[in-house]
Each structure stands twice: as structure tokens, then as C-alpha cells.
Design a protein around this ligand. Structure first.
Ligand SMILES: NC(=O)c1ccc[n+]([C@@H]2O[C@H](COP(=O)([O-])OP(=O)(O)OC[C@H]3O[C@@H](n4cnc5c(N)ncnc54)[C@H](OP(=O)(O)O)[C@@H]3O)[C@@H](O)[C@H]2O)c1
Length: 278
């Protein structure tokens, strides 16, 4: 009898979840980002873009290469081999095995004393920033310190060191006027880096990152399960696989920017990352 009741309850719960996912998918589709326009820039095929970029002999640095996005971004850059030099700037030495990692340069810095590490930021053409923490992990002050202060100071040093392009992984909904600390800090750092006037500043605003995260984040895990199910029904602007973000960041680097400052919302990242067949 109790098995029967349990079975009925499970069936009801599954039906409820399935209906919620479909309803949410339809609602989210309604509020979807506008169609991205900048893809018109992808006139050449990927191989030609890569070859042209490679010939320019550029160097880059990655902040946050030990994190989920940073790791995948690094793999993508190594696989494509479009930079003559890749430097990882982080708070700890990372250990890699394999020939492909042999030429990586690592700079271990103390983010609380970045002024003492100007040399680490000298002479890079392109900078990628995938740095970040959470309020749950670092507290409100710690979160601001990492997601705003460390990012801004690194960008300042990079600019002073000759960096021309800065690619910042921000977040969907970033808005310096937001009442939510997370979105406010993300929006503020976007605005403050913009003032530095890089030749090119690309802001990526992904939704929930779909990744099997090493670190346990229960709230994010729940959101991931929900959005994975929703995106199976229809693609929305609310979530994105992490590989697509990394692919889009690399593909975008090789394209001619239409403006000095570009904001790529989740949908644009998705389209660009997926159109890049590498
Ligand atoms: N999670 C999401 O769904 C989501 C959605 C949209 C946007 N974003 C944003 O996307 C960016 C990348 O996210 P992610 O999930 O790929 O990052 P992640 O896995 O949390 O990695 C964060 C990186 O920042 C470094 N970091 C954290 N605290 C630090 C500190 N106190 N000092 C120095 N370095 C520190 C980490 O270094 P260690 O390895 O040494 O800790 C790591 O390299 C973040 O800015 C995040 O806010 C995330």
C-alpha cells in the first residue's frame, strides 16, 4: 500500500517537474536576449582566422586559469596555438603534465599587493579574466575584493604594461545600479575597466554556467539541474555550457571588433561559441 502511495507521489512529482520545465522554458524564451548582430563579422573560415592571428605573434595572459572557465579557456588556446606565449597569472602555481603545457609561463602573485608584481603584467597583447569568487565563500567584502578590486587592479597593470585587449568574463544581468550585490559588483567592474580605455574591451555576460564543478555549490547545482532541463526543451539566454563560453572568447579574439567596447550577452556567446566549429 505504502509502495503504491510512494509510486503515485513520485509520478506526480515527475509530472510537476516536467510541466514546470516546459512552462519555464516558454516564459524564458519570451524574455530571451535579442538576436546577436555581430556575427556578420565571421566572414572568413576558422582556419584562415587562426592562421592570420597566429602570424601576428601575439602573447596573452589568463587570470583565473585554475577555475572552471579558465581551465577550459586555457585548453582551447593551447589546442588552437594562436598565441606565441601564454602566461597564467594566479595566486598559486598550477601543475600540468604533458608536452602541450611545456611552454606555459606562470606568474604567482599576491593579489593583495599587486603593485609589487607589475613585471607579471608587462608586455602582453591580450588579457583574459575569468577571476571570481562567491559571497558564500569569501563574504561580501571578500567577494568585492576579488570580483572588483583584483580584476580592476590587474586590468590597470596590464594596460600600463602595454596590453591592448581585455576580455572580461562578467555575468548575465551585470548592472552597477542593481540592488543585488553580485550584479552590482559585476556591473561596477565592467564600468571601471571601461574607463581604462583599452583598444578593445570585450565583456562576456554568460548565464548560469553549465559545468560539473569540482567545488560544491548547492544553490548553483540546483540552478544547473533546472537550467540543463530547460535548455534541453529550448535554448534560452539563462544558461550556457562552459566550453561554449571559452570557444566564444577565443573566436571573438580573432574577429575584428565593431566597437572598442563590446558586450556579449548569453545568446551572443552561445551563437558565437557554437558557430565556431573547432
Ligand atoms: N558560476 C556561474 O554560473 C557564473 C555565471 C555567470 C558568470 N560567472 C562568472 O564567471 C567568472 C568565472 O567563473 P568560474 O565559475 O569559471 O570561476 P571559478 O571556477 O570559481 O574560478 C575562479 C578563479 O578565480 C580565482 N580566485 C578566486 N578567489 C581568489 C582569490 N581570493 N585570490 C586570487 N584568485 C582567486 C580562483 O583561483 P584558485 O583556483 O586559486 O581558487 C580561480 O582561478 C566569475 O567571475 C563568475 O562570477 C559565473
Amino acid at each position: 500500500m505504502s509502495f503504491l502511495l510512494l509510486g503515485t507521489a513520485l509520478k506526480k512529482a515527475t509530472t510537476f517537474f516536467a510541466i514546470s520545465v516546459v512552462v519555464a522554458a516558454l516564459v524564458l524564451k519570451w524574455f530571451d536576449d535579442p538576436e546577436p548582430v555581430h556575427l556578420a563579422r565571421m566572414t572568413s573560415d576558422t582556419k584562415t582566422l587562426e592562421e592570420n592571428f597566429r602570424q601576428q605573434n601575439k602573447s596573452c595572459f589568463i587570470l583565473g586559469a585554475s577555475g572552471e572557465t579558465g581551465k577550459v579557456l586555457l585548453q582551447e588556446l593551447l589546442q588552437r596555438n594562436i598565441f606565441s606565449k601564454i602566461t597564467l597569472i594566479g595566486r598559486r602555481q598550477l601543475h600540468f603534465e604533458g608536452k602541450v603545457f611545456e611552454n606555459l609561463v606562470q606568474e604567482v602573485v599576491d593579489f593583495e599587493k599587486l603593485e609589487d608584481y607589475t613585471a607579471a603584467f608587462q608586455g602582453h597583447d591580450v588579457g583574459y579574466c575569468c577571476l571570481g569568487t562567491t559571497r558564500a565563500k569569501a563574504g561580501a567584502e571578500g567577494f568585492i575584493r576579488v570580483d572588483h578590486d583584483y580584476v580592476l587592479k590587474s586590468a590597470e597593470l596590464a594596460k600600463a604594461g602595454g596590453c591592448k585587449q581585455f576580455h572580461l568574463e562578467s555575468s548575465r544581468g551585470a548592472d552597477k545600479s542593481s540592488n543585488f550585490l553580485y550584479l552590482k559588483v559585476k556591473g561596477q567592474v565592467e564600468a571601471d575597466v571601461q574607463v581604462l580605455n583599452f583598444d578593445r574591451f570585450a565583456i562576456y555576460r554568460p548565464g548560469v554556467l553549465l559545468v560539473d564543478r569540482e567545488e560544491k555549490r548547492p544553490g548553483e547545482w540546483l540552478a544547473r539541474q533546472f537550467f540543463s532541463a530547460v535548455s534541453a526543451v529550448c535554448s534560452t539566454s539563462m544558461s550556457i555550457p562552459i566550453q561554449i563560453v571559452a570557444k566564444a572568447m577565443v573566436a571573438n579574439t580573432m574577429l575584428q571588433p565593431e566597437q572598442k567596447v563590446e558586450i556579449l550577452e548569453n545568446k551572443a556567446i552561445n551563437t558565437l561559441g557554437k558557430s565556431d566549429k573547432k
